[in-house]
Design a protein around this ligand. Structure first.
Ligand SMILES: Nc1ncnc2c1ncn2[C@@H]1O[C@H](COP(=O)(O)OP(=O)(O)O)[C@@H](O)[C@H]1O
Ligand SMILES: [Mg+2]
Length: 409
């Protein structure tokens, strides 16, 4: 089959890389794609409209479309494809409200009895810290964890009346991603992101500075609990409400002493989590996605997944004001160590690879143990260079600590 990938970041490069190894996949087209994806298939400019993607799918004889980012999903790309009888993996606009509107999501969690932070209408109902979330898509900039009353008041004034106010939950965050068919969910192994820009979870939030996949992040009882209390109820309730969910459903969880609580759903793969998921995936991804798009439950390889680690290299000034146009060297040397380098903010210009965005690339490795995968990722990263490059040195450390101290949640 011929697959169209919508998007052009590290997540989409990772999808393209794994799909390129699928026996069922004959060709890959990406829009807009990136220089990394261009080595695996054809990249075409982003159409100006949602229906432009359908035209593109027709023009390139596409059998299946996979959507990376949330914006086209929230804008209804899956509705348009289905209306025109084109196969796509991703939720309709109505189902994508789970990510597109925090108020819709929070009301949905409540009526579905999904464990989540207590929410309310005014700051006075909560102690400190308190969490304030803007309703709509905000590219990771719409959530404030306020530590003081004046910070909370100021955030409320800035974000406006259309917000969710909720209690602060203490714990470690886990990303739990499943592939949904409208009525059921196939879970992927658990992953953990690193949102803050600096080591030790310091500094401002980013799109994600690295991730690791390790089955040991959750016990099988915990993973089962998340399926039974969060993922399956959500998918069943969406179907019951006439807005069935197809595609990747990402639960952002806080592991609290009272069990897992849902912070949010995303309606697509997380990035960088996807880089580790694709790296450790075994089997024919094309077949799995085609099955899910056709609403039949795909079978995943049930062999215990290998550990995978992704370290993101970011541009100088990221996340505030990333510098672009810097020459990137050393990717072939990094890949010669066995690592896979997924490109994100890169562009090809005059025969050279230059930085073109905040998160420039992700170095992804696997191994029998987390420590081995981490060491391999940093050894490969040491081969790569661009001016102003920075990356976290502690990706996966929480996982090492957890293994050392034995589980503490
Ligand atoms: N109730 C909460 N308690 C503690 N931290 C929270 C809570 N809600 C969100 N956060 C923090 O804020 C981050 C962003 O919130 P999230 O709901 O995931 O929104 P988005 O990803 O759209 O910005 C989370 O990853 C988490 O670190
Ligand atoms: Mg989030």
């Amino acid at each position: 089959m011929r697959v169209l990938i919508v998007g052009g970041g590290g997540r989409e490069h990772a999808l393209a890389w794994r799909l390129a190894q699928s026996p069922s996949v004959k060709a890959i087209v990406a829009s807009p794609g990136n220089p990394g994806i261009a080595a695996l298939g054809q990249c075409v400019a982003e159409p100006a409209t949602i229906s432009g993607y359908c035209d593109l799918a027709h023009a390139y004889s596409i059998d299946l479309t996979v959507v990376g980012p949330e914006a086209p999903l929230v804008a209804g790309i899956a509705n348009e494809f289905r209306r025109r009888d084109l196969k796509i993996i991703g939720p309709t606009a109505a189902a994508a409200r789970l990510e597109g509107s925090k108020r819709f999501a929070k009301d949905f969690f409540r009526r579905t009895h999904i464990p989540t932070a207590r929410s309310g209408e005014s700051l006075s109902e909560f102690g400190l810290p308190v969490v304030i979330k803007a309703d709509g898509l905000a590219a990771g900039k719409g959530v404030v964890v306020a530590n003081t009353a004046s910070e909370a008041e100021a955030s409320l004034a800035r974000l406006g009346p259309n917000v969710v106010i909720e209690e602060f939950l203490d714990g470690e965050e886990v990303s739990f991603i499943g592939l949904c068919t409208g009525t059921s969910v196939v879970p992927f192994p658990p992953t953990q992101d690193h949102k803050r820009v600096f080591d030790g979870d310091q500094g401002p939030n980013t799109g994600g500075m690295g991730a690791y996949l390790d089955p040991g992040i959750l016990s099988s009882a915990q993973a089962g609990d998340i399926m039974e209390r969060i993922m399956l109820p959500a998918v069943r309730q969406m179907a019951k409400e006439g807005t069935p969910f197809t595609g990747f459903l990402y639960a952002g969880l806080m592991m609290t002493p009272d069990g897992p609580k849902l912070l949010e759903f995303n309606v697509r793969l997380g990035d960088p989590e996807a880089q580790t998921l694709m790296h450790s995936f075994r089997g024919d991804l094309g077949e799995v996605l085609r099955d899910a798009a056709g609403e039949s439950l795909p079978t995943l390889n049930t062999a215990p997944p290998s550990v995978s680690v992704c370290v993101v290299a970011a541009a100088e000034g990221y996340p505030a004001t990333p510098h672009t146009g810097d020459l990137i060297t050393g990717i072939p040397d990094a890949e010669a160590t066995g690592a896979v380098v997924f490109q994100a903010g890169t562009e090809q210009a005059g025969g050279q690879l230059l930085t073109s965005g905040g998160r420039v690339l992700g170095v992804t490795t696997g191994g029998d143990t987390l420590q081995i995968a981490i060491d391999r990722a940093y050894a490969a990263m040491a081969k790569i260079h661009f001016r102003g490059m920075h990356y976290r040195r502690d990706i996966g450390r929480k996982g090492l600590n957890r293994a050392r101290e034995a589980r503490r949640w």
